[in-house]
Design a protein around this ligand. Structure first.
Ligand code: ATP
Length: 777
């Protein structure tokens, strides 16, 4: 029986009583009891005939899971026993060295990106400033406008070509992809060296091209790739195997390093080592312990320190160590606030939540549009070029139309343009546009009161909000943190300016409100709370302002969550990634393991025939097979499939077959000849069963699977509830869970994807559980 025909087993007395929403039509209406019965009849196989683009209630079957459970087979135990305590110490020492290297290399990449962007942007804005100032009196302003357009379009097109044609997984910030990886989903090519190269040059191109993007988000992805590369001691892309660190070639080991790399990326981006650790914790790593926390913190600290040393030296102040992160918020004097201001911060947090939800909604619609109509690669590049041209047009129009002049002297910008302002004055909007978005955030935080006109900041806010919304999701490498901070800083500053006007007696610091607005907007878009609070505290260096920032972020999250998910989650759902959230869906206690498991199970005997293994691997797509001491007698009935002995993975079987670890008879077979290194060597790009060739004679041979199977994998009784199954998968990073009856006989199997289909459903304050459909796309 093929897997498509196989029906899951639901015992009639255990049918779901209270259930979530109607998934059949995707309307989200609450089910009545009839719907419930009907729905429970098609638990796993209710895939729609046509896949509706933009449906958030579909899971794609193309994403495989990672195996974060350690396979404690005899080979591993023998290896550890034979090498003894010295090997454990060596491994532990190697881990620290790798985390040290992750910190250093991530920081060096950050420095490279930063310096390249600075040098190229300086050239660009220097040239533009010259042409604007000289053309304004010669009536040739069209020249700097066209020049600006070319200087935007050329780098953006280069970056977009790299991403679109060389490595599409390098698009965007990479945070959703890293989040999925840490959660246990294999995203193809996400931690490859080619992805890193495209990411690095792509982000330089996007920022230099003037798009509404930042370089900080991509740093997290870059750190993750660095970590995955260094920790394995080999690169499959470069076809280099240093033959060291092969004992780290397992999914769970690699995951720990990748979480360290992501943390080091945050630390380098924001100068926030603690924020980096919390980011890895908050954004998904499925396993956490004290030792790992300590090492990740070490990598983050090393990353911040290395970046600081290199950038300080580059800027001619070695030893000064005043460049903590790529994003420099500038020096905040102690930020003072009063009790009465908490009310304003709460309101601003709520506004951030509303604006964030609006941003996410517009971006969701845009992404669906892109999925439907912008599929050709040249169209993706064309769209990026169009947005680059639009960005400069918006900027130029604002500078041209808005008459906002301030005396020179109090401007922190490098390239003040005079435009139509009088002598000794500069155009305020020109100052904001003629610099990188990071520098603009700094300006809005630190420009003295009275530096901007209300109208110009308001127009800038609307323009930048829409631009950044359109930009996120383009086929370019780009971060969302900076555009969100900049948009928020703009409306936050407006709030400050409004308060100045409304309460003339108050000594209002508009920079403080710009900071709160920036936090609220970013929180409303990405919905991170713990790590974002700490990142902002570390980036501003103001512990005393931690509570207002936290309150603002919590309010932004609550209000935003009322309407939709965070932007990363929306994109993850759109891609149909089977992500496991932190908590099981509510009201799911009455669903049992027997209700979600697949049955009958394809199993292998402990000593199995080579021909049968090959036939099963060719006919079935499954990745895990329980090992039993006898086969099912009647696969179609609900009879059991033998006493459980262990589980073996498809990848292990393929390695065994490829290396011809089989013999005419088990008696002459000596497992001591086989070492675990054979499996480490093949990791992570296992061959397909199609690449395995055996002779007719060899098909009659047998393999003893006992030394290779995981004899201690987790199993669960059929009567366990869904929340229990869920927590096992989430907490231990499992991929398969064998379901047994009271006599330890295999009666079913549950995979990570089977559990990921049950999701919390929220809509305008209502909550329930939804069962997602699995699509082939
Ligand atoms: P992944 O690709 O990450 O391994 P998956 O759920 O897509 O996850 P498959 O092995 O292709 O994995 O499983 C598809 C369906 O078949 C799932 O519903 C699962 O419960 C079921 N299944 C998995 N392994 C077996 C097996 N050995 N025998 C019978 N059914 C299985």
């Amino acid at each position: 029986m093929s897997s498509a025909e196989r029906q899951p087993l639901i015992r009639p007395e255990e049918e779901i009583i209270s259930y979530g929403v109607n998934v059949a039509d995707g309307t989200g209406s609450i089910n009545n009891e009839d719907d419930v019965t009907q729905e429970s009849e098609c638990r796993t196989h209710c895939a729609p005939e046509t896949v509706e683009v933009g449906n958030l209630n579909l899971l794609s079957s193309k994403f495989e899971s990672l195996d974060y459970d350690t396979c404690e087979n005899h080979l591993l135990l023998d290896e550890e026993r034979s090498k003894g305590y010295k090997f454990i110490m060596k491994k532990s020492f190697a881990r620290w060295i790798i985390f040290l290297l992750i910190g250093i290399f991530t920081a060096l990449i950050a420095c490279f990106i930063d310096i390249m962007i600075e040098v190229l942007s300086d050239l660009k804005y220097n040239c533009l400033q010259f042409y604007v100032d000289s053309c304004v009196w010669n009536y040739c302003l069209v020249t700097p406008y066209l020049l600006w357009m070319v200087l935007n379009i050329v780098p953006v097109v280069i970056g977009s070509l790299l991403v679109t044609y060389l490595e599409p997984v390098a698009a965007g910030s990479g945070i959703p992809q890293v989040k999925c990886y840490l959660n246990g989903v294999k995203i193809p090519r996400v931690v490859r060296i080619k992805t890193l190269l495209v990411k690095v040059f792509g982000v330089i191109s996007s920022v230099v091209g003037g798009l509404a993007v930042g370089k900080e988000g991509p740093m997290i992805h870059s750190g993750a790739v660095v970590a995955a590369g260094i920790s394995q001691g080999k690169s499959t892309t470069l076809k280099v195997d240093l033959r060291i660190l092969d004992y780290f070639r397992e999914d769970h080991e690699k995951r720990d390093f990748v979480s360290g790399g992501a943390a080091a990326g945050v630390a380098a981006a924001f100068g926030a080592p603690v924020g980096g650790v919390l980011f890895s914790l908050e954004e998904g790593t499925s396993f956490w312990n004290q030792g790992l926390t300590w090492r990740i913190f070490f990598a983050s600290m090393v990353s911040t320190f290395t970046l600081n040393s290199v950038l300080s030296t580059y800027h001619g102040r070695p030893g000064d160590l005043s460049y903590c992160g790529l994003l420099n918020f500038g020096k905040f004097e102690t930020i003072v606030y009063t009790f009465s201001e908490f009310f304003i911060f709460i309101l601003m947090g709520m506004t951030g939540g509303l604006l964030g939800a609006l941003f996410n909604h517009i971006n969701y619609k845009l992404t669906v549009f892109r999925l439907r109509y912008i599929q050709a690669r040249w169209l993706k590049v064309f769209e990026a070029a169009m947005v680059a041209a639009l960005t400069c047009t918006v900027g130029f129009t604002m500078i041209y139309v808005m008459d906002d002049c301030k005396p020179l002297g109090q401007d922190p910008t490098k390239f003040p343009v005079q435009m139509f302002c009088g002598d000794g004055q500069y155009n305020v909007l020109g100052a904001i546009w003629f610099q990188t978005p990071e520098a603009s955030v700094r300006s809005l935080f630190h420009d003295p009161p009275g530096s901007h006109k209300v109208l110009s900041v308001a127009v800038f806010f609307v323009g930048y909000f829409l631009l950044s919304c359109w930009t996120y999701g383009l086929s370019v490498s780009s971060g969302l943190f900076i555009p969100s901070l900049l948009t928020g800083a703009a409306w936050g500053r407006l709030v400050g300016m409004g308060l100045e006007i409304l309460l003339p007696g108050w000594k209002v610091d508009p920079g403080k409100y710009a900071l709160v607005g920036a936090a609220a907007q970013l929180g409303g878009v990405v919905r991170m709370t713990i790590s974002l609070t700490v990142i902002l505290i570390e980036a501003t260096g103001s512990i005393s302002f931690g509570l207002p920032l936290m309150i603002t972020l919590i309010m932004a999250k609550w209000v935003g969550d009322f309407f939709n998910e965070g932007i990363y989650d929306i994109h993850i759902q759109l891609a149909g990634v089977p992500l496991l959230p932190w908590e099981p869906p509510p009201l799911s206690n009455n669903i049992y393991a027997s209700g979600i498991m697949s049955h009958p199970v394809v199993t292998f005997n402990a000593v199995e025939n080579v021909g049968r293994i090959i036939d099963v691997l060719r006919s079935e797509t499954h990745n895990g097979f329980p090992i039993v001491d006898q086969q099912c007698e009647d696969a179609d009935s609900m009879k059991t499939c033998g006493t459980y002995r262990g589980i073996i993975l498809r990848s292990q079987l393929i390695v065994l077959l490829q290396n011809k670890i089989f013999n005419e008879s088990v008696e002459i077979w000596n497992p001591k000849q086989v070492s675990i290194k054979m499996f480490w060597k093949a990791y992570p790009r296992y061959q397909s069963i199609k690449d395995v060739s055996v002779t007719q004679e060899e098909r009659l041979f047998t393999i003893d699977l006992r030394p290779f199977m995981n004899p201690a994998s987790y199993t669960l009784l059929h009567s366990a509830s869904l929340p229990r199954v869920f927590r096992l998968f989430r907490g231990l990073g499992l991929r398969h869970l064998v379901i047994v009856n009271d006599s330890n006989e295999v009666i079913g199997i549950v995979t990570r994807k089977d559990v990921a289909r049950f999701r919390v459903w929220k809509h305008r304050g209502r909550m329930g559980m939804i069962e997602l459909m699995i699509s082939e796309k």
